[in-house]
Design a protein around this ligand. Structure first.
Ligand SMILES: Cc1ncc(COP(=O)(O)O)c(C=O)c1O
Length: 285
């Protein structure tokens, strides 16, 4: 539900959502020419903000845009926005577009970027999703070759996610040329013989902040992790499959393409690492 009274941030001002508007010639609207971030906030404490800001800088550099703020400025704006919301656990969304200009593909000169930020309630997984796992469908990864950039041009991801929604599943797990990449809005981790195997952070996956956190929290409880390309056949025959993202944390996949996967229940390695994740993250309210 859209709450027009929700306070959001637009170009230096905090305004009610119902009053926040952007000209139709914004390059975000015309071309999807911009980048974004989503930072989870637990009990008003952001989780891994420096890592999210580093990824934002990587995305901005990748699309040849200047960063409009220093990390300290981003942190201050986010802190201010978070303090203005009535809920303690939040998902802070922020995006930077190349600004408003006459429509022409080439970069405009001397145009200020558009900066928009909102903080919604953090939609953490339900207890049932944690305990029973979630379903995925599989599809060919037909997105572009710069999936490491978190751009707002998401129509490829949107179409892939809709395949899952159409099938009543949570996510679409993607394969490119016979190898696992990620899912439409999550990373995918594989467990084989007690070891977590993760695809390398190359240009075909988003370098997930939760992917890194999950790897760290797995190692913290003695679970080995290796990084290497994962063939499709190996992923689909794995002992366990997990999804990770800022709003899912880590979730077990228990159904693939309509068939129960790995006994149809979250596995023992998942339970151990999920518990480690819960112990390490800032405490939710
Ligand atoms: C395509 C894609 N991969 C992976 C992720 C997970 O990234 P993070 O853990 O930083 O939320 C996301 C998050 O939205 C995503 O859109």
């Amino acid at each position: 539900m859209i709450d027009p009274a929700q306070i959001v941030y637009l170009n230096g001002r905090f305004v009610p959502l119902g009053e926040a508007s952007v000209p139709v010639l914004d390059r975000g609207f015309i071309y999807g020419d911009g980048v974004y971030e989503v930072v989870p906030v637990y009990a008003r404490q952001s989780f891994r903000l420096p890592q999210h800001l580093a990824r934002l800088a990587h995305s901005l550099a990748g699309v040849r845009m200047d960063n409009p703020h220093t990390d300290a400025q981003w942190e201050a704006i986010i802190g201010d926005l978070v303090a203005r919301q009535p809920y303690a656990d939040q998902a802070v969304y922020f995006q930077v577009t190349r600004g408003v200009a006459r429509r022409d593909h080439s970069f405009p000169k001397g145009v200020a970027p558009t900066v928009f930020m909102m903080a919604n309630p953090l939609p953490l997984p339900t207890r049932e999703q944690v305990e029973r796992g979630v379903a995925v469908v599989t599809a060919a990864d037909n997105r572009w070759h710069r999936c490491d950039l978190k751009t707002i041009s998401l129509v490829g991801n949107v179409l892939l996610r809709q395949l899952a929604t159409d099938a009543g599943a949570a996510e679409t797990m993607l394969f490119r040329e016979g190898f696992l990449t990620e899912a439409s809005a999550s990373n995918v981790l594989v467990v084989s013989g007690g070891t977590v195997v993760v695809p390398p952070k190359d240009q075909h996956i988003l370098p997930g902040i939760t992917y890194d956190a999950t790897i760290e929290f797995a190692r913290a409880v003695g679970v080995p992790v290796v990084t290497r390309p994962v063939p499709q056949a190996e992923a689909l025959a794995a002992d366990e499959l997990w999804l990770s993202s800022s709003t899912k944390e880590v979730l077990a996949i228990t159904s693939v393409d309509g068939k129960p996967f790995a006994g149809g229940a979250p596995g023992p390695v998942f339970r151990k690492v999920w518990e480690s994740f819960q112990r390490h993250k800032p405490r939710a309210r």
